[in-house]
Structures are given as C-alpha cells and as structure tokens.
Design a protein around this ligand. Structure first.
Ligand code: UDP
Length: 483
C-alpha cells in the first residue's frame, strides 16, 4: 500500500448499529479524502459492514476492516460479541472483554504498516486512551449525536442541574443555554449514571472524554452553529462536525443498495424500490424505531391501527414481530391483508437510507436515534417524533423545538429502561393525528416541509467541496498526516 505521509486513522467503534454505522461512514469519508483507515471490530460486527467496506476497497479506498475476537474466558454467550446480542446480565463482562482488545489491536497495528497517526474512539471506550498513549498518537472521541444534545448533557452535569430534584419526572431547565430547554432526568439521564453499579465506569468515560485531543461529531455546522461552537467552548476542545455522514452513500448506488449495517436485509432492495416507485411523490410515511427500541405487542396494535386510519401509504419496520403473542401476530396478518398494496410491513432490517432517499417518501415516524434523525434531515423529511430512551428525547427537542421539522406523539418518559418495557402505549388516535399533521397539506405542514428541505440543501452543501463538513474532513486528514 502506498501510504507515505498520509494520515492513518484507527477506528474503535462501539459494536452496536447506531455507533458502528456512522463510525464506518466517517472512516469511508476520511479515506475518500486521502486518509488510510483501519476499523477494529469483533467478528460479528465486522460481518455487518464488510459488504460496504469491501465495495469501498474495490473502488480504491485505503480502508481495512480487522477482526478481533473477544476472549472466550469472558464467558459470553455464543454470538454475543456485538452489543445487540449481549444479554443485560452480561453487559459488564462484555465491556471488560472489549477493553481487553487493547493489546491485540496494539500488536496488530505495530506489525502492519502504515503506523497509525490518530485513534478515533467511540466515547464509550475509555481504554483507547491507553492504546493511543502507548502508540504515541492523539486520540479523538467520536459521537453520532448532535452538538445540541452534547451541550445539554454537558451543562446538566457541569451545573448539577438534577441535584435536589424530587423524582425522575421533575422538569429542569438546562442551565447555560440561551434557549429555554426543559428536560427531566427520565428524558436525559446521563449515560450510565442512573445506576450506582455503573458509576465507576461513567467516571472513567468522563475522564477519557476530558482527556481527548478533540471531538468528531456527526452533525453539520450550519444546522446548529451555536451548539457546535458552544460545545467546543464548554469542552475547551476542537470539534470537527463532519456530517451528515450518511451522505457518503448518496452518490454510491452500490453501497446504498447493500443495506448499510447489515449483510442481509429483510426486504430485497429491488422489491422495495418497485413498491415505492408505484406511489405518488411525498405520499408514503416510513416508520422505524431503529436497531434497539421496539414497539411492544399492545403498542404495535395501536400503531398499526393509527397508520391504517391515517389513510397514507406506509412502510413499517418491525424488528421483533416474531416475539409478539398470538393475538398481536394475528392482528398484523389481518392488517397486512386489509392494507395490501398500501402498507408494507418489513419484519427485520430495512434498507433505510434507500427508502428515505426515495421521492415517494414524505415523512418519517422515528424513535429519534440521532442517525435516523439526521438521515431524515439529509433527506429533507419532516418527522413524527417518538423517543424511547438515551439521547432520543433531546434529539426530539432538536427536531421539534430547534429545527422546527417535527411533531411529537407526546411520550414524556423513558419507555424502555434496562430491558424493562413500560406500559405507556400511545393510542391509535394520537398516532393517526401526528401522521396526518406531518403528512398533511395545511400551512404548518408546508412550513415544516420547507424547513426540512432547506436543511437538506444545506446538508448537501456542507458535504460538498467548499462546504463546512467537507472542510473539516480535509482538515482532519491534513492535521493528522504522518510526519
Ligand atoms: N437502520 C437501517 N435499517 C433498519 C433500522 C435501522 O438501516 O431497519 C439504520 C438507520 O439508517 C441508522 C441506524 O441503523 O443509520 C440506527 O441508528 P439510530 O441512531 O437511528 O438508532 P439506534 O438504532 O442507535 O437506536
């Protein structure tokens, strides 16, 4: 490989879709701009992104995906080398086993030229501080979160905003912001801080965050200039906004069709496209809760009836339909028959980017995972917001209150916490109203659509030559080049 003088970024992503996918996209973008990239991943994780990485290699990018199996002594169940497959009681030993990858990763990097120039770590892997120090290179933290969310979390912690709150649902104004943003501890808990068992790990993560040499964020400056600048100032750190990283795929039909983040999707891309081709522009609503959140059986029935009543064509992604009780499964079968041709149920992984980029799609019912939210922005789509946990409530505020492109279904507290599902069911009427409001023709809906389209245009400009994210990518490649 001819890598003389080039930057060589080593990515250590968290092995979960919402972290892995944007990290790989960022590596692909850096490689497009002339860097060498190595992605370290466990075998099950690597399998998910192998098709995308291989296709990039064939097109000449210097990107490699290296597999590091977890130590069998960790006693993890079979296949649990990916976060999505780790049972809750094994999460601790999973993170411990991942941390022990430091040594094999370090040995590999020493033995395989070119020598790295920078480690890019998911914020959740504090041990990469030691990896970078041993290699004698800087370390950047990687976040697929918006700067608004990062700054809110930072300020809540820094100013102790939750001290003295009566309970998880007491509203608190986020300190230190110009805009009035109200959250509760249930909505914005601060990662790992809820449980005393995780306090040590949370402190370790926070130290590693503070010690990073900079931050890469999947956002773009024009969308939230005050928050990107505000977060950099609060952290006293350089922040590189390099998104929306999903736009990497927009010019590459091959990787778009390969269903990013999955070796096999639950629906063939061609079938999905044919279905969408038969629909009017902007008429279809796409419904998905991402890779971790899901609708319980009762919720699925209400959601299905709400979608049916809305009258709009829909693609509804269900990750866990096979776990439903007989009644819910029967309901889904009947619903499918009733809405045949108008409603498409995808039971498993959907080619989301492909769907969102299709002209027939006019709105997105989302759990507000940051990747999904930003993919909606990049596609110019208004959203129905339905947050479940972690950063999703803050992303909802970003979509509804900051960007003005969302309508909330009104969920006020965490729906799933440590695998326990709360019995908060959003009724069919609420679903129907929210979908009608986002997909409808009134002045407010038009305004929302205009704002979403304007943001998408700005996102494209940011990623093009001369744009802010493009410039930040080039700056990374330049600043961390080999000397
Ligand atoms: N995704 C997909 N197909 C699916 C579900 C999810 O392609 O059926 C992708 C989606 O495009 C996004 C990522 O998986 O890039 C999910 O990340 P997000 O932050 O939205 O949610 P999380 O899964 O982390 O909760």
């Amino acid at each position: 490989d001819d890598a003389g003088g080039r930057a060589h970024f080593v990515f250590v992503p968290l092995m979960a879709q919402g972290h892995l996918i944007p990290a790989v996209d960022t590596a692909l973008l850096l490689a497009t701009h002339g860097a060498v990239c190595t992605i370290a991943a466990t075998p099950a994780t690597a399998a998910r992104v192998r098709p995308t990485v291989d296709s990039a290699r064939r097109s000449g990018l210097q990107i490699r995906l290296v597999e590091f199996p977890l130590d069998p002594a960790a006693g993890l169940p079979d296949g649990a080398d990916n976060m999505d497959n780790v049972p809750p009681e094994h999460v601790g030993s999973y993170f411990a086993a991942v941390a022990r990858l430091r040594e094999p990763i370090e040995s590999y990097l020493r033995a395989h030229a070119p020598f790295p120039t920078c480690v890019v770590s998911d914020f959740i892997h504090p041990w990469t501080t030691v990896l970078a120090a041993n290699l004698g290179v800087p370390r950047l933290s990687f976040f697929s979160m918006c700067a608004f969310c990062l700054l809110c979390q930072h300020n809540v912690e820094r100013f102790g905003a939750y001290e003295g709150v009566a309970d998880d649902n007491e509203p608190v104004v986020v300190p230190g912001l110009e805009k009035r943003v109200v959250v509760t501890r249930s909505q914005a808990p601060g990662f790992f801080r809820e449980s005393p068992a995780w306090k040590e790990f949370a402190d370790y993560i926070e130290r590693a965050r503070a010690e990073a040499d900079g931050v890469i964020v999947n956002t773009f400056e024009e969308m939230e200039p005050e928050y990107v600048a505000g977060y950099a100032a609060a952290r006293k750190m350089k922040v590189w906004a390099v998104g929306p990283v999903s736009l990497y795929h927009q010019q590459r039909a091959a990787t778009l069709l390969a269903a990013r983040g999955c070796a096999t999707a639950a629906i063939e891309a061609g079938e999905c496209l044919r279905w969408l081709d038969g629909k009017d522009p902007g008429s279809v609503v796409y419904v998905s809760f991402g890779s971790i959140a899901y609708a319980g059986a009762k919720q699925a029935v209400e959601l299905g009836l709400g979608l049916e009543a809305s009258g709009h064509p829909f693609i509804w992604v269900l990750r866990n339909a096979d776990e439903y009780d007989a009644a819910a499964r029967e309901f889904l079968g009947e619903l499918e028959a009733r809405v045949a041709g108008r409603g498409l149920l995808v039971r498993g992984w959907a080619p989301q980017l492909l769907i969102l980029s299709h002209a027939a799609v006019g709105g997105f019912v989302t759990h507000c995972g940051w990747n999904s939210t930003l993919e909606a922005v990049a596609a110019g789509l208004p959203v129905v917001t339905w947050p479940h946990f972690t950063d999703q409530f803050l992303n909802e505020k970003m979509a509804v209150e900051v960007l003005g492109i969302g309508v909330s279904v009104g969920v006020k507290e965490r729906l799933i916490y440590q695998a326990v599902e709360k019995e908060i069911v959003v009724g069919r009427g609420v679903v129907e109203a929210a979908v009608r409001s986002v997909m409808g023709g009134g002045e407010e809906a038009e305004e929302r659509r205009r704002r979403a389209r304007a943001l998408a245009a700005k996102a494209r400009v940011a990623m093009q030559k001369g744009g802010s994210s493009h410039g930040n990518l080039l700056d990374l490649v330049e600043r961390f080049k080999a000397v």
